[in-house]
Design a protein around this ligand. Sequence first.
Ligand SMILES: Nc1ncnc2c1ncn2[C@@H]1O[C@H](COP(=O)(O)OP(=O)(O)OP(=O)(O)O)[C@@H](O)[C@H]1O
Ligand SMILES: [Mg+2]
Length: 285
Amino acid sequence: MDTVNNMSQATTYPADNTTSSTTGARLVFSNIRKSFSDTVSVEADSLIIESGSLTVLLGRSGCGKTTLLNLAAGLDFPDQGSVSYDNQILQGPAPSTTLIFQTRNLFPWMTAEENVAFPLRNQGMAKTEALEHARQYLKQVGLESFAGHKPAQLSGGMRQRIALARTIATKPRLLLLDEPFSALDMQTRRMMQRYLLDVWKNSGVTILMITHDLHEALMLADRIALMASSPTGHIADILDIKLERPRDPEDPAFRTVQQQLDRFLEHETLLAEHDPTLESANQQA
Ligand SMILES: Nc1ncnc2c1ncn2[C@@H]1O[C@H](COP(=O)(O)OP(=O)(O)OP(=O)(O)O)[C@@H](O)[C@H]1O
Ligand SMILES: [Mg+2]
């Protein structure tokens, strides 16, 4: 079933002809200000996401992480400032971009292989070939034997693996991930992290990812943008994570950065407890 072995066989990307490298998109957030009703949700004076980088957004609940991701996807627009994608200001959905949420990423009426084949069919690939490709991507996430199952017959972790396989099949230039692994059990989560790293290293895609998990952030990121929520959501600091890969959580340098991040989040939580304007975020946290 949804086993460790299945996934450990799967972390061989890109061992077949379903993969190829791309040039990741470069994103620039300039003087962004985005408000909802009368409250300012998020500001970002200058955040540059370099082509092929893996940036993690970290911050407490309600500080504006998803808002920034939606702006990057071109699904929402700032009230002031701009988001540029390869030097072009976004005025609609970002090209060659996929956004993966925490849950509900699949079409429930389609089988696993039909879900993965769907974007390939949309790109004009013939049905038989698209399904053949889909099975190869399912194999990479250890789920080839579930190709004919519908999402309702699969666990949350399996569904998320299929969503990632479908995303990778489209060879995006920008991958936006909003807490994609938070519903997974620890072992599946670690394997998905390894799979994501393999995809990132071998494809050149630019990744912008939200997580609340410090361990996950440090295992993956080459940069971490720390978001603070007071007085309004903003980028408080950007850390370059220069730890050697593969990363070792037992490495004292890893622990030092982890403690630094921990202190930042603790400080944020303390601030929020004493700031009535962050009450709604407190309730969400
Ligand atoms: N469509 C919307 N309408 C009104 N307010 C919104 C909307 N989207 C976000 N907000 C508000 O903007 C703030 C930031 O929300 P956002 O979802 O970006 O936070 P987040 O950092 O992703 O939080 P979490 O970690 O809980 O997912 C919150 O106060 C939220 O209530
Ligand atoms: Mg969010």
